[in-house]
Write a protein of this length. Sequence first.
Length: 72
Amino acid sequence: MPWQSPIVVHPPAADGGRRVTVRGREAGTAHSDADLVALLRRAGLGEADVALDDPHLVEWRGGRHVWSAPRD
């Protein structure tokens, strides 16, 4: 099985929210870095456990810290 970051922030949806999975399980939808941190806390990860810019922990699909849908 290929290596995968434990946290995946999926590309922005039409409303700008981004689906978040933690270890392959749905954690919810985030609309900002603050939302993302709150979702990760609820998933059992504290602030000290997660650096949002660490590519070994967080895989950003569709761009890092982008919270709106891409425009055509």
